[in-house]
Design a protein around this ligand. Structure first.
Ligand code: DON
Length: 293
């Protein structure tokens, strides 16, 4: 199996103008094992916009404050629709199918805004503690650029507000959501952060956010079933690990009790997932003959 033939396939996310400037031919990968080893190649230390991977961190914060009550605000079923689909949300009266589609993540943003004293800094401190890098920052230019063209997310947030699913002002929710999507991390930092989800037998407590091992396992179940939107089935079929993608071209995945892995390649397929990222992970689990299935 070779992945090089796919290196020029797809394009970086251009609907967020600031992301169109990223060199599409970057590639990085890092794997961290639960026994403390890490293996990194190419651009593994270059930071990029994590975009929807931030939804995993937001979900952890919401589960920690709301517990099972969270599921009265957002569903936990795969959607089979694009990450930014509006159709289902209207048909289902403003209840998002799951926390990883944009509608669900906007609800997570609303919950964090109403549950934490200093949401922007609390989110940042949590992710910094998870990966052990104290200098992670939001990319304000990417967040602003997305707000300027974020008509579809604004429509989703307005529909949520109409149905009473979010409490805060629509602009406040959008601002926070775009900001957390703009967080910059490298593959090494993402893999380090996701190790906490692979290691569900170790106490999950980072910057005041605590989860039980059962909650961590359930987050992994959601990544498996919903982490790749209308390509969740394909990712399970080809890779066989719980994971989460972002339109910055990153993918983070875990093998429970074995390792976490992050890969970055900005060229995306039609479903908004990294072409080479998926290929690299397919290669990893196929060559090692190890996946959760
Ligand atoms: O809301 C958006 O469109 C982006 N900020 C995030 C979308 C995303 O990363 C989807 N994942 N593949």
């Amino acid at each position: 199996m070779k992945i090089e033939p796919f290196s020029g396939v797809g394009e970086q996310a251009k609907y967020i103008p600031a992301l169109a400037k990223v060199n599409p031919d970057r590639f990085g990968m890092c794997l961290c094992s639960v026994d403390g080893n890490s293996y990194a190649i190419k651009d593994a230390d270059v930071r990029f916009s994590i975009q929807s991977i931030s939804k995993v961190f937001a979900l952890a914060m919401c589960l920690s404050v709301k517990g099972e009550a969270l599921w009265s605000r957002v569903g936990k079923e795969p959607s089979g629709t694009a990450f930014n689909s509006l159709v289902q949300l209207e048909a289902e009266h403003g209840m998002p199918r799951n926390p990883f589609m944009n509608a669900g993540a906007l609800v997570l943003a609303d919950i964090i805004l109403t549950s934490f004293a200093d949401p922007e800094n609390d989110f940042l401190s949590f992710v910094r503690a998870l990966c052990g890098s104290g200098d992670l920052e939001y990319d304000i230019e990417v967040a602003r650029s997305e707000r300027e063209t974020g008509y579809l997310n604004a429509a989703i947030a307005n529909l949520l507000k109409y149905h009473g699913t979010i409490e805060c002002d629509v602009e406040r929710v959008l601002h926070f959501y775009f900001l957390i999507c703009s967080l910059e991390m490298s593959c090494r930092e993402l893999a380090a952060a996701f190790l906490a989800f692979a290691n569900h037998n170790i106490k999950f407590e980072y910057s005041g956010i605590t989860l039980t091992s059962s909650q961590v396992k359930r987050m992994n179940a959601l990544m498996q079933t919903c982490g790749f939107y209308d390509e969740a089935g394909e990712f399970s079929y080809l890779v066989g690990l719980p994971g989460k993608s972002g339109v910055g071209g990153g993918i983070a995945a875990i093998y429970p009790l074995r390792y976490s892995v992050a890969v970055w390649s900005p060229r995306l397929n039609g479903k908004g997932n990294s072409v080479m990222g998926m290929k690299a992970l397919e290669f990893l689990t196929t060559e090692t003959e190890e996946s959760i299935f």
